[in-house]
Design a protein around this ligand. Sequence first.
Ligand code: ATP
Ligand code: FE
Length: 335
Amino acid sequence: IYILGIESSCDDTAASVIQNGTILSNVVATQKIHEAYGGVVPELASRAHQQNIVPVVHQALKKAHITKEQLSAIAFTKGPGLMGSLLVGTSFAKSLAFGLNIPLIDVNHMQAHILAHFIDEVGFNKPPFPFLAMTISGGHTQIVNVKHYFDMSVIGETIDDAVGEAFDKSGKVLGLGYPAGPEIDKRAALGNPKAFKFTKPKVDGLNFSFSGLKTAILYFIQKETKANPNFIEENLNDICASIQYTIIGILIDKLKLATKETGITHIAIGGGVSANSGIRQALKEGEKKFGWTTYVPKFEFTTDNAAMIAIVGYLKYLEGDFAEQNVAASSRLKI
Ligand code: ATP
Ligand code: FE
């Protein structure tokens, strides 16, 4: 069975071909244009998707050494994401499935970030059901109780900013480029995580809040630079380390609570922030300290990619769970 996966929910145009559970190709065209604006500009994102989609799909088929006539089904991201971006992938997928007269499969992007763990890869351990998935990305922060592929429930999520936004917005205050997450991560490795203390937000249960942290960092920087205009320059690595330490502390505290409440100790992470070396290390320590078993995907499957869309497409194909031709993109689609 060959599935073509198409992802266009935000600013990456991606296509992937999988044969059963194994990836044959995984192509991503990342849009650089947004860096100049300090964030994704929806209108520019849709235009770039429009330009990229055909070449990206072409390349994915070529790398997989198959023709489009060999495809068994087309899977695409239905949501959540930017409407203008989703429309490009959705319309393209529908047309192609219609033209080839093969099934169309709609995929929830946040489910896909989790089910990326089921791609067959050497050295890639698959989590056993039930497990907890923590999706940490630019637009989401969720803890999900995953009972089976398509039986999952969100047990905690952010009430304001996503964790990726906490990294990016803090970076903006420090004058770092967009996205700031990777640079904060790099600098954090060179700094003292306990140099500065930021209070953790108090949110009951398993929900998160990150907007207060961003404000606290902003006020802290304003106060310190008033006293010393070179404060940021002189302390940048320590500031980054302290911010990262605080954010990781928040994530780990909630995971501890989630494992206590559910009794589930298998923890899988997904989303762009799972690239963070601090969170990876904290999870490893959690294995020793709290008896967790943790699952961290390869980098290319944490950020937006189409292989995760294709694997969900494959799992749905096996169940005969197909979409109608009148299926519509949904920017706020829930798990
Ligand atoms: P969503 O999946 O919620 O729609 P998205 O797909 O736009 O959001 P991703 O591409 O999964 O988000 O992740 C992007 C985010 O990951 C950015 O906020 C970026 O700063 C952050 N990020 C990437 N690498 C790191 C890192 N090493 N440390 C911290 N954050 C990082
Ligand atoms: Fe994503």
